[in-house]
Design a protein around this ligand. Sequence first.
Ligand SMILES: NC(=O)c1ccc[n+]([C@@H]2O[C@H](COP(=O)([O-])OP(=O)(O)OC[C@H]3O[C@@H](n4cnc5c(N)ncnc54)[C@H](OP(=O)(O)O)[C@@H]3O)[C@@H](O)[C@H]2O)c1
Length: 257
Amino acid sequence: MKIGIIGAGNIGGTVAQHFVDAGHEVMISNSRGPETLTDLVDELGPNAQAGTVSEAADFGDIAMEAIPFSAYESLPADALSGKIVISAANYYPARDGMMDLAETHTDTIAEHLEDSRVVKAFNETYWETLRDGQRPDADLDDRLAIFLAGDDEEAKEVVAGLIKDIGFAPVDAGPLTEGGRHIEPGSPIYTEPMTASEARTRLAALQTTVAAYEHGYYDPSKEITVQELADELDMSEESLSEQLQQGSEQLISQYLE
Ligand SMILES: NC(=O)c1ccc[n+]([C@@H]2O[C@H](COP(=O)([O-])OP(=O)(O)OC[C@H]3O[C@@H](n4cnc5c(N)ncnc54)[C@H](OP(=O)(O)O)[C@@H]3O)[C@@H](O)[C@H]2O)c1
């Protein structure tokens, strides 16, 4: 597959190396121009080349952005139109400055790339875990998880395939907004290295706890019983109680850390 990468730092460079090692063709770019990427391209190997940002955007059917969030409006929306765009950027106010955001960080980028098929991925794995954590010979359940979120199921399938190619396991967190908020800074599962089976268990507990909150379960005036909530969420009372306990534990320990 031909993949254009915008951003050649910790994340862009690390993911580029994995893609090249898995047999994909990569064009990598930064804001300063291809001539500043000669050493990186030599390291990446023969399946890599450097280009400008717009050349990288044009390069394949799939592109990835891994740039500072504060620069997201420089992403070339026209050149990325119709393409699958993997979005790895996270917003940190102290680093990026105060900005007006949509509901999640990636929703903000997706609004800018309104004609692209945006998939949020590689944003919640620390770059050194990404560099060293691949386990291509392990069963998928035992590999380290890489979460993804997006509204385009076919695009997510393609990105999930790339994640498998590089020795990790894709775990679908759901649509861009509802799923995306579970894998952004502030979530208990953000940057926590975990196997795919652990990732699915922890994600499900968080999703159920949020659903319980949205159904008014934590509002005493609504007097919703566990049985009523279990019926509403179409799950057994026992697994609902277990997930609420696990979800609350994750959220409270995150708050206390
Ligand atoms: N570090 C992590 O562990 C990690 C994990 C997950 C997600 N993320 C997110 O991924 C993004 C990148 O993080 P990083 O750690 O890889 O940062 P980094 O090492 O500082 O790399 C950023 C790269 O983006 C390039 N760049 C900056 N502005 C650009 C622009 N307008 N157009 C094109 N390229 C541009 C930089 O090169 P020039 O300055 O030369 O242009 C550099 O190659 C951030 O949003 C971060 O929150 C980071």
